[in-house]
Design a protein around this ligand. Structure first.
Ligand SMILES: Nc1nc2c(ncn2[C@@H]2O[C@H](COP(=O)(O)OP(=O)(O)O)[C@@H](O)[C@H]2O)c(=O)[nH]1
Ligand SMILES: [Mg+2]
Length: 378
């Protein structure tokens, strides 16, 4: 019996130790998970491709709603977007052979808007010495039938100009003195991203997600190198609207070729060897519009294009193959081992301004990032 008791005691002691150790391990794991590093997603791509818009969609999903003060602060940017955009529309028309059809009043008001309103930091809700609201001037310029015609020219105007048309159509609401920008207005408004923009998001039941947006212009790209460490997922974004556009920065190459080159540079960066890649073929809405109005655009732009005239799905498949080939070429160059460990690249057609569509992309990014984290643990 004694021996039975002592055995039992030894067992109990062992058990206590085991429980204690187990509690210690639990505590350690809790501490570890609390201080778990956020997962890092890097949004990369050329200027104007939609990176900041995509970041805004992430924020709308996971960050607290902006305060009324923050929303109000967007009015000024929207006013600048409207005035600047309208000036660009008129200047675009001045460069065409229909210039003589523009009203002289339109040209005069354009100068006023540029030199007295935009340059002075005034907004459409301010007024001039004679008490005229600048929004009235904006409306007169927009109502010029020649300026209205730009809506039907969306395949030849840039996407920024196209955004202007979105705001012009909402002018009646926007000019109200108590106007508060809607979620869609804030998605559409444009302010050029300089340097890095890092947003940390709380995702329920997951480590934090750190999404990094960079300035996309060529002179900003050299700053990217500082954030290339410990990246879980690169989301590379290119704009389908760039297929037929000139590069803003040097006016030589096409913006699409620049995006392809940018992608090549990024996938061959050794720091991204184990990084998940997602490619967003963004602005599908623009591609559709462009192909509706200019059905052989793809055939002109890519002489070997085998797709059907005006078919946007064929165009997407062709462009996906172009990027897939670059990704695969890089794997070949790295050798067989890299080919095995490198995660597959995922492609999504996207419209970053469309919240429903953006939610699907966010889910794809989340799956990619948190799948990697499970792989890390196993
Ligand atoms: N039509 C359309 N416009 C978009 C889309 N995504 C972004 N944009 C617009 O394109 C412009 C540039 O977007 P932005 O996110 O600032 O590009 P970034 O320079 O890469 O950060 C903005 O006016 C956006 O509203 C899209 O899917 N469709
Ligand atoms: Mg940006």
């Amino acid at each position: 019996m004694g021996s039975g008791g002592s055995t039992r005691k030894a067992y109990e002691v062992q058990d206590d130790n085991a429980i204690k150790r187990s509690l210690e391990i639990d505590q350690y794991l809790d501490e570890e998970s609390n201080k778990e590093q956020p997962r890092r997603v890097l949004l990369l791509g050329t200027g104007n491709s939609g990176k900041t818009t995509m970041l805004k969609q992430f924020k709308a999903q996971f960050a607290p709603k902006p305060t009324e003060e923050q929303v109000k602060a967007c009015r000024e940017i929207i006013s600048q977007n409207i005035i600047h955009g309208l000036i660009l529309l008129v200047e675009f028309l001045e460069g065409t052979n229909k210039k003589h059809l523009l009203k002289s009043e339109t040209l005069g008001l354009k100068d006023v808007l540029r030199n007295q309103v935009l340059a002075a930091g005034l907004t459409i809700w301010d007024e001039d010495a004679s008490g005229t609201m600048y929004s009235k001037m904006v409306r007169i310029v927009w109502n010029d039938p020649e300026v209205q015609r730009t809506e039907r020219l969306s395949h030849t105007i840039s996407d920024n100009e196209y955004q202007t048309i979105y705001f012009m159509k909402r002018l009646d609401t926007i000019v109200e003195p108590d106007y508060l920008p809607s979620e869609q207005d804030m998605l559409r408004m444009r302010s050029k991203t300089k340097g890095l923009h890092v947003v940390e998001l709380e995702i329920p039941d997951n480590p934090k997600l750190e999404v990094i947006d960079v300035g996309g212009q060529q002179n900003e790209r050299k700053k990217w190198i500082h954030v290339f460490d410990n990246v879980d997922c690169v989301v590379f974004i290119f704009s389908l609207g760039d297929i037929d556009k000139r590069l803003l920065e040097d006016n030589t190459g096409s913006r699409y070729d620049d995006a392809v080159e940018c992608f090549r540079e990024i996938v061959s960066n050794p720091q991204f060897r184990n990084t998940g890649f997602i490619v967003l073929m963004n602005k599908v809405d623009m591609l559709r519009r462009m192909l509706d109005e200019d059905r052989d655009l793809m055939h002109r732009r890519f002489p070997d294009y085998p797709g059907r005239l005006g078919h946007y799905r064929d165009a997407l498949i062709y462009l996906q193959n172009e990027f897939q080939t670059i990704y695969a070429e890089n794997e070949e160059a790295e050798g067989a081992i890299v080919k095995q460990i490198r995660p597959a690249v995922a492609f999504y057609p996207s419209t970053a301004t469309d919240t429903e569509n953006a939610l699907k992309i966010i889910k794809g990014v989340k799956d990619s990032v948190f799948r990697n984290s499970i792989n890390d643990i196993l």
